[in-house]
Design a binder for this molecule. Structure first.
Ligand code: GLA
Length: 691
């Protein structure tokens, strides 16, 4: 093992180290270097919300011809007009890039995750990669907002088709789509919404998949059913429009209460674990409000979905959506998703693992390449989160508790931050203009980012070592690893990372290597995605790698996760056994800035609050930003209606952004990929999957 710099030499060097220490305290941060120029390939055609769709009854409705002949004419299904709600959501032709579509074909996804089961609101993962996005419909919708004009930016209606605020601004009444049905024909009503809220969000024993907690909707918020199609929110704040974003994916997407409720411990003898696992992946035909329904599952192989005969969205000609009859999710690896999409054996990828950029670009440049590839802005990145809970969250042992106490020291976080060479970390993934230094907090290039409010401590090993010395972390036993102050054990820190992503483990290995000369032993705790997520959610980590979400890109989506605004809203600082969060003083200010942002719609004020946030975040090295880079959407050229300039990630992932229910394949380009042609999902729990 290489000897750490700080341990070299005798008294003379010790003197210079302490001089450095004195210097380090006065080292001032600078602003971060400008990211290398990188042009996004494609700009959205910006529109207003009402240009996209409306809710209205149409004089006639249509469906694939085989649905009518095989299912309606044989009495297995009511006619399409009776399956649709009173006023379906109607996509406007003028907003469809290629206009009205035709039925048929498949989108062949490849994913790296694995479904745990279908109980999304009970906390089960479906394996990501667009599965849950396609199954879940939420009160509002935000993915497609990348193409909405800035002045009109607001969440899109979805299951909630309209809403109004009370005069005093504390109450929000929402009108649900009327007469819509789950994919098994059962009515969707306010009871589904109330079951989600009361027995999942409010029940502390349930942790819905994407982290909805009561506080995600503001302190002491209440929700009540007014009638089957009306719900009423009451907020402490006045017109907190921000929560309309929290009502989108992934925090307010109700599940089928007619199936889930009887399994919930409140209404059964089940334990919470049994409730969560009541609908394993083998369970076919789980009722959805989404456009497709699972009809086949083969472990480590594939999930197949067929069109939802009750889907409640149509085009202007009255054609029931989706246009695509089938969806595949090949259960492979994320890296294989890139390879297959480029090669044409898969149809879709969010190119986000920078190691494969050069090869993917090279192969897509060919005129005959099966897929188009378009880069967007730098909205993908990684951060290193330090567990700041010294309050028992995740039940740390003695060593882990000591690490958390270190994590809470500013000088420690600074030392780790300046001990990292971000330039090298980025270049270890890919060379060229892709990666940029990420100092932490909001991503550069997003609307609320302010460079002058961003403190950047440049890479400086000597200063990093001096800071660690200053904390009394000395290598008392001469083994090259610093010991906890007072002659304790070696400082050993575990780093939790997700093995589903090569990029993540590559970066984690880089961190481990770069911490070694500082005398910090970082130990890889590399876990497969689901296990990693469970450990992170339950606080069982010292350090964890994370790909920040929309909160640092759009800022208006998932805003509550920017700080511990509630006991369970932050990614790395949550309540302990007593239900409270042991906030550091600057975190109180962070919380104020975030709450201030949530509670005002005044743009100038919001911009100022985010400057404050960014300054507090980066000066205090709240979490350790690593690298940020652009992603590219790869999609097979046979698909039509892919919106121009669709980012792989902004308010949501591209699987939502491109509005898959509107995507189609022109007749002359349709492939022969359907595994269950001309079939529809069977009743829930059926062993055959299709009718
Ligand atoms: C995973 C993938 C993303 C995206 C999301 C969708 O996180 O890495 O590219 O497909 O799933 O949920």
């Amino acid at each position: 093992m290489r000897k750490p710099i700080y341990a070299l030499g005798g008294a003379g060097l010790l003197l210079s180290v302490s001089m450095l220490a004195a210097q380090a305290q006065t080292v001032e941060p600078t602003t971060p270097p400008d990211p290398p120029a990188f042009e996004a390939q494609g700009t959205p055609n910006f529109v207003g919300i009402t240009d996209m769709f409306e809710y209205k009854a149409l004089p006639e409705y249509h469906e694939p011809e085989w649905v009518t002949s095989e299912y309606v004419d044989t009495g297995k299904l009511p006619p399409v007009g009776e399956r649709l709600p009173k006023e379906p959501l109607v996509y406007k032709t003028a907003n469809m890039p290629d206009g009205t579509g035709v039925y048929g074909d498949v989108m062949r996804h490849v994913i790296g995750g694995r479904p745990e089961g279908w109980n999304y609101i009970g906390g089960q993962s479906q394996g990501w990669g667009g599965i849950d996005i396609g199954l879940s419909e939420c009160l509002t919708r935000t993915g497609p907002l990348f193409q909405v004009r800035a002045e009109e930016l607001a969440p899109l209606p979805n299951l909630a088709k309209s809403w109004e605020w009370s005069e005093d601004g504390h109450e929000l009444t929402m009108h649900l789509i009327e007469g819509a049905k789950w994919s098994d024909g059962e009515p969707f009503t306010a009871d589904d919404v109330m079951f989600y809220w009361e027995d999942n969000v409010l029940d502390p024993n349930v942790a819905p998949l994407n982290g909805a907690t009561p506080e995600s909707f503001g302190p002491n918020t209440t929700l009540e059913k007014v009638d089957d199609y009306t719900i009423k929110w009451t907020f402490e704040a006045v017109e907190p429009k921000q929560y309309l974003y929290t009502m989108a994916y992934g925090t307010f997407c109700p599940g089928p209460s007619h199936l889930l409720k009887p399994q919930h411990p409140k209404y059964s003898d089940n334990t919470y674990e049994q409730y969560k696992n009541a609908f394993p992946p083998e369970y076919l035909g789980i009722p959805t409000m989404g456009a497709w329904v699972p009809v086949e599952y083969r472990p480590d192989d594939i999930v197949v979905m067929r069109r939802n005969p009750y889907y409640w969205k149509v085009d202007e000609a009255g054609n029931q959506l989706p246009y695509l009859d089938e969806m595949h999710y090949r259960l492979s690896t994320w890296a294989d998703r890139d390879v297959q999409a480029v090669a044409g054996s898969g149809d879709f990828s969010n190119l986000e693992q920078a190691e494969s950029y050069v090869e993917a670009l090279r192969r897509s440049a060919d005129e005959d390449a099966p897929a188009r590839l378009a880069f967007g802005a730098r909205t993908i990145g990684y951060t290193l989160d330090l567990n700041l809970s010294a309050n028992g969250w995740g039940e740390p042992d003695e060593r882990a508790q000591k690490v958390r106490e270190l994590n809470r020291e500013l000088d420690f976080r600074k030392a780790v931050s300046i001990g990292l060479d971000r330039q090298r970390l980025g270049e270890s993934l890919v060379r060229g203009p892709f990666t940029a230094i990420y100092p932490g907090g909001l991503y550069a290039g997003t609307a609320y980012y302010d460079k002058d409010s961003t403190a950047y401590y440049a890479h400086d090993m000597a200063a990093a070592n001096a800071l660690l010395d200053g904390l009394g972390l000395e290598d008392t036993d001469g083994n090259g690893i610093r010991n906890f102050a007072g002659g304790g054990d070696d400082v050993e820190i575990t780093l939790l990372a997700n093995t589903d992503y090569g990029t993540e483990t590559n970066l984690a290995e880089g961190i481990i290597a770069q911490m070694e000369p500082l005398g910090l032993r970082v130990i890889a705790n590399f876990q497969q995605g689901t296990a990693r997520d469970d450990m992170q959610q339950s606080g069982q980590f010292d350090w964890v790698m994370r790909r920040p979400g929309s909160e640092v890109v759009s800022v208006v989506q998932a805003t509550e996760t920017l700080a511990p605004t509630g006991p369970r809203t932050s990614h790395f600082h949550r309540a302990g056994t007593d239900g409270t969060v042991d906030l550091l003083p600057f975190e109180e200010e962070l919380v104020d800035a975030v709450n201030g942002f949530i509670n005002t719609s005044d743009n100038a004020e919001r911009a100022e609050l985010m400057k404050t946030y960014q300054k507090l975040f980066t000066e205090n090295v709240y979490s350790i930003g690593l690298t940020q880079y652009p992603g590219a959407l790869i999609i097979n050229k046979r698909f039509a209606n892919i919106p121009e300039g669709a980012p792989i990630f902004m308010f949501n992932w591209a699987e939502d952004n491109i509005i898959r229910e509107r995507v189609y394949v022109p007749e002359d380009r349709q492939g022969n990929f359907e595994l269950h042609p001309q079939t529809l999902p069977a009743e829930p729990g059926s062993s055959t999957g299709t009718m």
